[in-house]
Design a protein around this ligand. Structure first.
Ligand code: NAP
Length: 571
């Protein structure tokens, strides 16, 4: 691992030694160009950073991954809240570039907890000797495209400057916290923090009064664990969720054997699935064409946990309002059966008239609904019954009540897809920042390139699909490495993402969006549209044409020599 306290020169020297790259490939064609520190700089040592180290090292590139966290893991380095776990099943929530790694690593559960996933990522870094390429505890605070000479310059928090030919964001699509503007937030005397900034050293909440603002996937995981020992937990809910059961289980030796003897099939399923997951769908039947009792039987038989239920029952649940309503009603029925108090059930269970299933990402439940039966757990409806007024020195005040807390957790979500890219200045041609470019619409080419930002790649940027992230990340990393491979083999200096290609992808993404149930702006108030942000308007952030179709588009682009990009040699 690199010592982050050294200066630029020393770091450069060590990187050159480590990577055995005595001449940067980026400088081959331009004598006037200063020697660049790296061929590629990546921000983010999560799945994207690790995947990129693998794929770019295969090209003999001198790559450096920076992360402000103190360990690898990305999401799993930050989200220390109790109960944090994956909602994807473990055996396909991983990187697939090495058959050996897939065989050597053993998952303990269907859904691994945060620590286990992070351990897995350390295992990847260890086994693949990735640590020399990773510089932790280093925040990038500025990145600028040096137009005249076609390279990128990034600045770290301590003022060090590094240069590279290719600048790549692997900062994650759900990483920048959305801190709401609630009056009085600075007044609270106790710990108050965003859920993804839960103190890494731990927080003793035993016997304490905990207030949680927000009721999304994070709270659904957090509540049952916190409620076990906290004195009391109060959840302030604005919108209820369609909650699917996780049905956690141990990984048995038999199950593991079955998985490991079929990894090629699992990888292929993920690559060819609309959600990037190893699901058996499409199933070739629609809910609306199925008699009611048969439909009920299929719903029931498939009630075995995970998002599978949505994809492995019928093909039209996310496509037509009627089918979506049927699915929502079934989920609602299941939820109500687990909530003792009918008044509470009314608050916790949404229906199609509120919003369609999957207009908000449905959380997977490990005991959330049962937690509300505990004497020390309370739900407060801040949408209809008692809106939140302010945070006070001692707690939270709604229109009807004053609540005292020792700890307040803001489980208020993220500035998804673009937030991390807008959190510090990333300047492209003419000094325009991404934040400025994306004021109204967050356009991109396939979520990986942005017009006006030459030689910059984004992993799972805006207008990429929402899918199993390791699958999408690896598909992006492969496209990026194929693009760089072309440039290095052909002695090209710069690629410029074409405005026409960006307009085409944006139009296609918008048109697809229009045909989905997400298009009902009155009902759909979701981070998936950026509607949770108070600094920007809602917009089309996700390509809903299916992750598999998106991966096809990436492959086609690479096979055809990247027609969306204009390549240049600078003399
Ligand atoms: P979220 O789903 O966006 O939920 C945020 C919650 O905070 C919502 O209930 C929201 O209400 C509420 N909220 C936001 N601003 C508020 C305000 N000013 N006042 C009161 N309430 C406010 O965020 P999340 O739970 O962190 O999850 C985000 C995404 O991260 C998930 O959908 C998922 O994709 C990912 N995630 C994944 C995992 C996993 O896979 N294990 C775990 C956690 C999160 P409204 O709904 O009314 O806006």
């Amino acid at each position: 691992m690199t010592d982050t306290n050294r200066g630029t020169g020393e770091l450069l020297e060590s990187a050159m030694t480590i990577d055995n790259a005595d001449a940067s490939v980026a400088t081959k064609n331009r004598e006037d160009l200063p020697t660049l520190d790296y061929d590629a700089i990546v921000i983010g040592a999560g799945f994207a950073g690790l995947a990129l180290i693998h794929y770019l090292r295969k090209l003999d590139l001198n790559v450096r991954v920076f992360d402000r966290a103190s360990d690898v893991g990305g999401t799993w380095a930050w989200n220390h809240y109790p109960g944090a776990a994956t909602d994807s099943e473990s055996y396909y929530y991983c990187l697939t570039f090495s058959p050996e790694l897939l065989q050597e690593w053993s998952w303990t559960h269907r859904y691994p907890g945060r620590k286990e996933t992070q351990s897995y990522m350390r295992f990847v870094a260890d086994k693949c000797d990735m640590w020399p390429y990773i510089q932790l505890n280093t925040e990038i605070v500025d990145a600028q495209y040096m137009e005249e000479r076609g390279y990128w310059q990034v600045t770290t928090g301590d003022g060090s400057i590094f240069t590279c030919k290719y600048f790549i964001s692997g900062m994650g699509m759900i990483s920048e916290p959305m801190i709401p503007k609630i009056a009085g937030m600075d007044k609270f005397k106790g710990p108050i923090f965003h859920s993804s900034r839960w103190p890494t050293e731990g927080l003793d909440y035993a016997g304490k009064k905990v207030g949680i603002i927000g009721a999304g996937a994070t709270t659904v995981q957090m509540l049952p664990v916190v409620a076990e020992t906290a004195g009391s937990v109060t959840v302030f809910q604005r919108t209820p969720n369609y909650i699917l059961p996780a049905m956690q289980k141990l990984m048995t030796p038999e199950w593991e054997k079955e998985i490991k003897s079929n990894y090629d099939g699992i990888i292929s399923k993920c690559r060819n699935h609309v959600f990037g997951m190893a699901f058996d769908s499409p199933v070739g039947r629609n809910a609306i064409d199925t008699p009611a009792d048969e439909r009920e039987r299929i719903f029931e038989e498939n009630w075995t946990g995970s998002f599978r239920w949505v994809f492995e029952t019928f093909d039209d649940l996310l496509a037509t309002p009627e089918a979506n309503r049927m699915a929502g009603d079934f989920i609602g029925k299941k939820m109500k059966a687990r909530i003792k108090d009918p008044a509470l059930a009314k608050l916790l269970v949404p229906n199609f008239d509120d919003y369609p299933l999957f207009a908000k990402r449905p959380p997977l439940d490990h005991g959330y609904l049962e937690a509300f039966s505990r004497d020390n757990v309370r739900l407060v409806d801040i949408k209809n019954q008692e809106p939140l007024v302010e945070i006070t020195e001692t707690g939270v005040r709604t229109t009807e009540n004053e609540f005292e807390f020792d700890i307040i957790v803001l489980a208020t979500g993220f500035k998804a897809y673009t937030g991390a890219l807008e959190a510090f200045p990333i300047r492209g041609v003419s000094g325009q920042t991404l934040s400025h470019k994306w004021q109204v619409q967050s356009s991109s080419i396939m979520g990986v390139c942005v017009t006006g930002f030459p030689n910059m790649f984004v992993v799972t940027g805006p207008q990429a699909p929402f899918a199993n992230l390791p699958t999408s990340i690896e598909q992006n990393a492969m496209w990026i490495s194929r693009c760089i491979d072309k440039m290095e083999r052909e002695g090209l200096d710069v690629f410029e993402p074409q405005a026409a290609a960006e307009a085409e992808w944006t139009t296609a993404t918008s048109n697809i969006h229009e045909q989905t149930l997400m298009a009902d702006g009155d009902k759909v108030n979701s981070w998936m549209m950026g509607a949770n942000r108070d600094d920007k308007g809602a917009r089309v952030l996700i390509y809903f044409g299916g992750a598999n179709a998106y991966y096809d588009a990436l492959d086609q682009s690479a096979d055809e020599g990247f027609p969306q990009l204009t390549f240049k040699k600078l003399s």
